[in-house]
Ligand binder design. Structure first.
Ligand SMILES: Nc1ncnc2c1ncn2[C@@H]1O[C@H](COP(=O)(O)OP(=O)(O)OP(=O)(O)O)[C@@H](O)[C@H]1O
Ligand SMILES: [Mg+2]
Length: 279
């Protein structure tokens, strides 16, 4: 029996169950059930896209129930590679399909968005909470330094606002060369903007989040995959919204600080955040 929980970072519990002769995944949420409902609503309402190379869709929501103490989501078990598996299994063709699919997704999100001014104080307040809830002193100091850098930005910035996945890391993408790209683990986030997805993909493609614990040999393969297959949309959207993408990437990295539990992740975060702060 595959234990999916070894791949999960949150406290949500994952089990493989059989339902109508199908192998399914049951995900049990035990905290913030209202947010769980919003996450699942995003997954349910995601409209599939077709890139010519692959279909990009969300894992089907077969059932979703909210109980007093938990919420349970039932979805099909989706075969394919995800997160840390990409550097091991991805051929050039697969990496290309992944990259094109993610670009199509980002362009579609941007196309459906509308521009709105966002106050800088939203980010400053968030970073203050992040610093307060970070127990590791070195990381807390780094988050405070990051928030001081925001002083160079104007008090308001225009953002493309609209639907996004919310936690678009490679561990929430499952790719099967025949079935296409399936998105899981949608997240209701503090700023519903496609730039959140750009930032989360940068966390992987530029900083290697999903591969940070891989041995050096695979780490190099992952770096090559990411360097040569960075979705083109990331570069283009970054040209359109340079300050905003920088800010969202800084926020995405800083917000990991309170959850760091191991030395590899701590070192990875120090290196990534320091690099991003120089950008
Ligand atoms: N429907 C599914 N089909 C196949 N694999 C799945 C499915 N749902 C989850 N998984 C596997 O379990 C892992 C963790 O699932 P998920 O991302 O939903 O949990 P999580 O607790 O939020 O984890 P994280 O914090 O790492 O995002 C996925 O990266 C994937 O490998
Ligand atoms: Mg996940």
């Amino acid at each position: 029996m595959i234990d999916l929980n070894q791949f999960a970072h949150s406290l949500d519990q994952l089990e493989i169950v059989h339902h109508d002769h199908l192998s399914c995944v049951r995900k049990t949420f035990r905290s913030d059930l209202n947010r769980a409902q919003r996450n699942v609503a995003k997954q349910r309402h995601f409209r599939p896209l077709y890139t010519g190379l692959a279909r990009v869709g969300a894992a089907e929501v077969l059932d979703f129930r909210v109980h007093d103490d938990r919420a349970e989501l039932l979805m099909p078990y989706v075969e394919g590679m995800t997160g840390h598996m990409f550097p091991v299994h991805a051929t050039r063709n697969i990496a290309h399909t992944l990259s094109m699919s993610l670009s199509t997704l980002l362009y579609a999100e941007l196309n459906d968005s509308r521009e709105e001014a966002v106050e800088l104080s939203l980010f400053l307040d968030k970073l203050q909470v992040v610093a307060q809830s970070t127990t590791d002193e070195e990381l807390r100091t780094l988050v405070i330094r990051a928030s001081e850098l925001l002083a160079v930005l104007p008090g308001q910035l225009p953002f493309p606002m609209g639907d996004c996945h919310g936690d678009l890391t490679l561990s929430n993408v499952i790719l099967d060369p025949l079935a296409g790209v399936t998105l899981i683990d949608f997240l209701d986030t503090y700023l519903e903007t496609p730039l959140q997805d750009v930032a989360k993909l940068k966390q992987d493609f530029v900083y290697g989040w999903s591969f940070r614990k891989e041995p050096a040999s695979l780490g190099i393969k992952a770096e090559i995959l990411c360097r040569y297959h960075l979705p083109q949309a990331i570069t283009q959207i970054e040209r359109m919204y340079p300050q905003q993408v920088w800010l969202m990437t800084l926020m995405a990295l800083a917000r990991i600080a309170p959850y760091v539990r191991d030395l590899t992740t701590k070192q990875w975060l120090i290196n990534s955040l320091t690099h991003c702060m120089k950008g």
